[in-house]
Write a protein that binds this ligand. Structure first.
Ligand code: HEM
Length: 285
């Protein structure tokens, strides 16, 4: 059912509409709360935006950031009106989707804003690409924005939001002469791959054009931010669309500057998130 819904929506105008609508709500929040001298921590705005995309495509409902009871209500309504769905199934599915969708993308966008706040030159280069795409295509199109895509991928490489992947082997297998017995727990680290200097030279540096060669975006499948192998992120297509649309609409509308000093990683839980990352969103004329 998940795949059918995703197939119906992904790449179609409806999905784009939902993301654009949510992105515009987010930009409204950033403008209201983040344009003053103190800036704001944009995380809550991003959680509201990413959750709204999921609930809109799951149930056709959008929620207000100021009404925390709505998520609970939504699950109950869905279970009552869909006789084929038991409450447990709905609650479990919605929980997994919400958990998978909200903190991940919200933090990725947060890392994006903090990183770009320190690189005004990169913001301007992205902005120029967006303006050119809007002028020629009347919309921001991915294939017209190769530098922007390089930056988005580099942000995911430098600061992946999910590090530890815990899987279990379903059969005996041998990797580099080491036997991994069936049933073993395997713990992978995306960070270890994404910061491996043999794969990505000078991995601690933010290189905006790392994936931009001779005017083209060059995708690199070694950026395993969505996991790897057959079991990976089921929302990665929607996440990639959201990441692109949210981020480009922010740079289209705002200049970003950092209004808090620290760029430490918050205590490491499942999601890698920046600690204390206030950003100022200054509306472009
Ligand atoms: C920047 C955004 C995102 C990143 C980096 C990300 C990354 C990941 C990773 C690394 C995993 C673990 C894969 C594994 O088991 O090896 C995962 C799982 C998952 N993700 Fe995402 N994700 C993102 C956004 C989303 C979105 C938007 C959704 C839903 C619309 C979503 C839904 C899920 C679900 C349900 C799982 C669990 C899949 C399973 O257990 O089989 N994710 N994600």
């Amino acid at each position: 059912m998940w795949y059918q819904t995703q197939q119906k929506l992904t790449g179609k105008n409806r999905m784009r509409e939902i993301i654009e609508q949510s992105s515009s709500t987010v930009n409204g929040i950033l403008f209201r709360n983040g344009s003053g001298p103190k800036g704001m921590d944009p995380k809550q705005a991003f959680v509201n935006g990413t959750v709204n995309v999921v609930s809109e495509f799951s149930f056709g409902l959008t929620f207000d950031i100021d009404d925390p009871s709505m998520l609970q209500n939504m699950m109950l309504i869905a279970a009552e009106t869909e006789p084929g769905l038991g409450f447990d199934v709905v609650a479990g599915t919605v929980f997994a989707t919400y958990a998978g969708a909200s903190d991940t993308l919200a933090n990725q966008l947060h890392w994006f804003c903090i990183t770009l706040a320190d690189h005004p030159d990169v913001q301007e280069k992205i902005h120029a690409e967006l303006v050119a795409s809007l002028e020629s295509e009347n919309e921001i199109k991915k294939d017209k924005c190769p530098f922007t895509r390089s930056v988005l991928l580099e942000v995911q490489r430098l600061n992946p939001v999910i590090d530890t992947l815990i899987h279990r082997s379903s059969a005996d297998s041998v990797v580099d002469d080491v036997l991994i017995e069936k049933g073993s727990t395997i713990q992978g680290s995306t960070y270890a791959v994404l910061h491996n200097p043999q794969l990505f030279p000078e991995p601690e540096l933010f290189k905006a054009d790392r994936f931009y060669k001779e005017g083209e975006f060059v995708n690199d499948i070694r950026v395993i931010a969505f996991g790897l192998g057959l079991r990976n992120c089921i929302g990665k297509q929607i996440a990639a669309d959201q990441y692109f649309i949210f981020a480009t609409n922010i740079i289209r509308d705002f200049r970003l500057s950092r209004s808090s000093k620290s760029l430490q990683i918050a205590k490491h839980r499942f999601v890698r998130m920046p600690k204390c990352g206030n950003v100022r969103f200054i509306k472009r004329e």
